[in-house]
Design a protein around this ligand. Structure first.
Ligand code: PMT
Length: 229
């Protein structure tokens, strides 16, 4: 039998970047390595949860006991998440999803021309995966991330409310040695207690695996509180 304080829970997590094709050989993306999301998946699985990890393209091995689905674009990530959350208790969106994609990805490689020195790309908005899941009924306990370079708490509170999340893990990605690609991270966790109140916990800089343990502690505690109210 599976033991641990998360035994019996099913978690779906996203991690890594998305890639949005411009043409057959180029894409728009970002510097997410997947380390934070994979550390969360490993921490939850080690505590007995069933973990479904929907991953963008990263160079990481699958943590022990985790079920992994690989995707490339935001559209593909949304489709995989929709399927996985149907029987999940908790959804954690740690992926750095591209907000925009090319309006019309070129069928053939875009050629450099001699006529002009500029190239204009038209972009269209991608679906907001976490807001889409949070808008559905029934829905899992929804935990978002907020990657900010200034006004961390204010922007995180705004995302918590606007995307209708239960909890948000805010990280200041301008701090040297933390955030995108780094081995360490720090976070400010904010949540709604389901009774009209709010909670707040500061988690100092530490390895992403230690931080993931602390975040999973908060997620499980808040999820259990919510389930019992
Ligand atoms: O992968 P690492 O190198 O370890 O770095 C970790 C990290 C910095 C990427 C991670 O800790 C982090 O902050 N992830 C969220 C990155 C992000 O896209 O943040 P955001 O503030 O732009 O988005 C807010 C929330 O909306 C996130 O939960 C995001 O997954 C979600 N989102 C955003 C856009 C979109 N189209 N769909 C979404 O679901």
């Amino acid at each position: 039998p599976v033991t641990g304080d998360a035994a019996g829970l099913t978690l779906t997590l996203t991690a890594g970047p998305t890639r949005e094709a411009l043409d057959p050989v180029r894409y728009l993306s970002n510097h997410s390595s997947g380390k934070m999301g994979y550390a969360l998946a490993a921490a939850a699985a080690a505590r007995g949860a069933r973990v479904r990890l929907i991953s963008g393209p990263v160079a990481l091995g699958t943590p022990a006991g985790v079920e992994r689905v690989d995707v490339t674009s935001a559209d593909e990530m949304l489709a995989a998440v929709r399927e996985a959350v149907a029987d999940s208790d908790v959804f954690i969106g740690c992926a750095a999803v591209a907000d925009y994609r090319a309006a019309r990805p070129a069928e053939h490689k875009i050629k450099k021309t001699d006529e002009t020195d500029t190239l204009t790309l038209e972009l269209v908005k991608n679906p907001d995966i976490i807001a889409t899941i949070a808008a559905e009924t029934p829905r899992p306990f929804v935990v978002g991330f907020a990657a900010e370079t200034r006004d961390l708490e204010a922007y995180a509170r705004d995302k918590l409310a606007r995307k209708n999340l239960d909890m948000i893990v805010a990280n200041d990605v301008s701090r040297p040695g933390l955030g995108f690609g780094a081995d360490d991270n720090a976070a400010l966790v904010l949540w709604r207690d389901g009774l009209g109140g709010e909670g707040r916990r500061e988690l100092p800089a530490q390895s992403k695996s230690a931080l993931a343990e602390a975040v999973i502690d908060q997620v499980i505690a808040r999820f259990r509180e919510r389930a019992s109210t």
